[in-house]
Ligand binder design. Sequence first.
Ligand code: ZN
Length: 400
Amino acid sequence: MELLENPIRPYAWGSRTTIADLVGRPVPAPHPEAELWMGAHPGDPSRIGATPLVDVLARDPAGQLGAEIAERWAGRLPFLMKVLAAEEPLSLQAHPSAEQAAEGYAREERQGIPRDAATRNYPDPTPKPELLCALTEFHALAGFRDPHRTVELLRAVETPGLSPYVELLAADPNREGLRALFTTWITLPQPAIDALMPELLDECVRHVKDHGPFELECRTALELGESYPGDAGVLAGLLLNRLVLGPGEAIFLPAGNLHAYLRGTALEVLANSDNVLRGGLTPKHVDVPELLRVLDFSYGDMTVTTGEPAGARHVYRTTAAEFELSRLEWHGDATPARLPGGTPRILATLDGELTVAAAEEKVVLPRGRAMWIPASDPEVTLTPADTWTRAFAATPGHAR
Ligand SMILES: [Zn+2]
């Protein structure tokens, strides 16, 4: 087991305080810091000393990953773990399925689009399921809301310009109606958006003032409208579930799920891929036709889970074969927890400090640090030093 040096991604929506404070650097940081990456992403891998984790894996895939995982994932670590610190909204986006990713990657290779081009949708051929676990109160838009409820929302903020769209959905309150309305809105000519938006946002202001039943949804539309004036993503966001997650609460975003993270700090584990289709709320590359190809228009409440208890761990089980996430918390007692061996593990301490012990090794894992524990290492024992300790462990998933 080895301590990791982890890269920080400086996207503009990040925080100047959260990640700097977590890793023990001066606050505020000179630039926004959005994501702390823990893993073996070829574009920005964690390091053991000066050696990138990807190189460590390449030298001894069977020892580091275990023979089965090494074979299943062609010598690569199938997941990436991140701390995500969002001060401002991220783009409206969805990720492809395995089949869509393979097809999209092959198509863009044939077209000769460089893999690092800003216009490239599929820089790799793999899907990107993600699991997001809130560390603080975390705000997000994710998954289509039940269209009956969305009709109520749109009627509550009804403006003359909006009524044809409300009727479109009210006549067909199902997947097809959602597809029709989303497609109409996201492809609306700019003059039509510019005519509709001020009227809609005025109604949202009124609804917020009156503390109407969709106050939070309207507030979000106003915030997005302020950050991205004239962006069709503000309209599209009205169709999504507005979530407020508490610490430890997680959502799983399978292929085709439309989502936009709004603000808060979260631990995210995802497949080791960069395939993102964006629909708006971003200065980055937006490709609406491609987004429409991968979107899943099923609807309903998102499942929010705090994980299943398994000994001292809470395990977040998903259908993703690439990863499984465990949360470990100690509230005052110092009972050691065990992390089974035989599989590659990344362990990160986010509060307090842990002592990690294997057969003949003992390493202190301070707050804000992460550790690589290869498959060849046995079960490890985790003992907290402080009263309040919180850690996360990621491993490959069990789903096949
Ligand atoms: Zn995403």
